[in-house]
Design a protein around this ligand. Structure first.
Ligand SMILES: NC(=O)c1ccc[n+]([C@@H]2O[C@H](COP(=O)([O-])OP(=O)(O)OC[C@H]3O[C@@H](n4cnc5c(N)ncnc54)[C@H](OP(=O)(O)O)[C@@H]3O)[C@@H](O)[C@H]2O)c1
Length: 236
């Protein structure tokens, strides 16, 4: 499908990758952008339409699906990372919050907008995942678990929505230069690059975006022995 002329809802559009998506979509000729945000007042661009959308609130999700009935592309971008390990004192609480936003929020928005996309000709549903859908980083274990679950749900959505002509795109990348990684000193991708790669995938009808070498390498290594992705196990 073409980005030009599309009407798009982006969740978590007030900053980070979500904001980058809104700018790149407009650059590619999208006609209308609904910028979903927990606080619509935090959306500062005059050329998008702010929409109150906390993805963990069914009231917000249902209202958004009603008020954005002309949407042809949905970008499930909203996400949180608590940086909780499995043995952290607050692991269960942190994990539940990550699951609520990254998994059930994505699921709720996808379910609410599936009929909207169907009514508008099929369109595309984009789920922002991570390289950590495929790699457990112990220091942020519950976030990884949430992205693995979101990946699985993305695959199910892809199969179920195939019949209505909706392209479901999973986006995998390593570190992005956003608030989420502010405390991390490592090479980071510009979020605009990931947004552009995703729009290319939509236009080409591709179901997966591997935005960087790390994502490509980790995906390939899944077929190998566990020690390839977790060399510290082999060392001990
Ligand atoms: N940064 C990375 O290295 C990286 C790598 C791979 C994947 N990702 C994924 O990329 C996506 C965007 O992350 P980012 O890096 O742009 O992070 P970010 O800068 O922390 O931005 C997160 C966005 O999600 C919104 N959000 C959080 N909880 C929400 C909720 N319940 N309902 C609606 N919006 C909510 C935030 O809104 P508020 O302003 O209200 O908090 C904010 O707009 C996430 O899914 C993340 O997991 C990030």
């Amino acid at each position: 499908m073409k980005i030009e002329g599309s009407t798009v809802l982006v969740t978590g559009a007030n900053r980070g990758l979500g904001h980058a998506f809104t700018r790149v979509l407009l650059d590619h000729g999208a006609s209308k952008i609904y910028a979903g945000a927990r606080d619509p007042g935090s959306v500062r661009d005059a050329d998008v339409t702010p929409v109150r959308l906390d993805v963990t609130s069914m009231t917000d999700v249902v209202a958004a699906a009603e008020s954005c009935a002309d949407v042809t592309i949905v970008v499930n971008n909203a996400g949180i990372s608590t940086g909780s390990s499995v043995l952290a004192v607050d692991a269960l609480d942190a994990g539940r919050r990550e699951m609520d936003t990254n998994v059930f929020g994505t699921l709720a928005v996808s379910r609410a907008f599936a009929p909207v996309l169907a009514a508008n000709g099929g369109g595309a549903l984009v789920n922002v995942l991570s390289v950590l859908s495929w790699l457990a980083a112990p220091s942020t274990a519950l976030y990884c678990a949430s992205k693995a679950a979101a990946w699985s749900i993305t695959n199910s959505l892809r199969v179920e929505l195939h019949a209505q002509g909706t392209l479901v795109v999973g986006v995998h990348c390593a570190y992005l230069d956003t608030d989420m990684t502010a405390g991390i000193d490592a090479p980071k991708l510009a979020p605009e690059r990931v947004a552009r790669s995703t729009l290319d995938a939509i236009e080409a009808g591709r179901t997966e975006v591997l935005a960087d070498d790390i994502s490509r390498q980790v995906k390939e290594a899944l077929a190998a022995d566990v020690g390839v992705l977790y060399p510290m196990l082999a060392a001990s």
